[in-house]
Design a protein around this ligand. Structure first.
Ligand code: SF4
Length: 165
């Protein structure tokens, strides 16, 4: 881009910008020492979580509002899991305070997460095929997928988009 400066190694990055599409508002976020330390601690926490054999407990009741809209809710089953944990720990058999909603396990298929940067998703026959650099990374029958979550720079073919839409 003409007239702009591109950062590189050693180039200070004093802030980032959050853009809220709904209100078309930009909010500047200073990258101060406190935020850097908090970010590094969060990265460490994620690494520790991913090294565990079992998933962590669902969010506690005071943070449960974050579960609504979470794509993992029908797998995680936060209300039911906490209820079971409470029972196994000798808790009361009655519903713990804070239960707001029961999420039935879905039998409509799984969530496909697209994580690999630079990969491409196409449709062939009744399958979604994830490829990168000519290699097939994954092949998933369409009937086994109820939702696709894109978490990286992934290309999706028009045919796949039409089918998923
Ligand atoms: S439903 Fe989502 S946000 Fe809630 S505890 Fe499970 S993974 Fe976390």
């Amino acid at each position: 881009m003409r007239g702009s400066r591109v950062g590189g190694p050693g180039c200070p990055v004093p802030h980032g910008v959050l853009f809220y599409a709904g209100t078309r508002e930009r909010v500047q976020v200073p990258f101060d020492e406190a935020l850097r330390a908090k970010t590094l601690a969060a990265i460490e926490q994620v690494r520790a979580l991913s090294a565990r054999d079992a998933p962590p407990e669902p969010l506690p009741a005071e943070l449960r509002h974050r579960c609504h809209g979470c794509s993992l809710a029908t797998i995680c089953l936060p209300e039911e899991t906490l209820y079971q944990i409470s029972g196994a720990a000798g808790g009361t058999a009655s519903a713990p305070a804070g239960i707001t909603r029961v999420i039935p396990q879905s039998d409509e298929g799984a969530v496909l997460y697209l994580l690999e940067p630079g990969s491409h998703v196409g449709k062939r026959s009744e399958h979604l095929i994830v490829r990168k650099d000519g290699q097939e990374l994954n092949r998933v029958p369409l009937h086994a997928v109820r939702q696709v979550v894109v978490l990286s720079s992934v290309q999706i073919s028009t045919q796949a988009l039409e089918t998923l839409g």
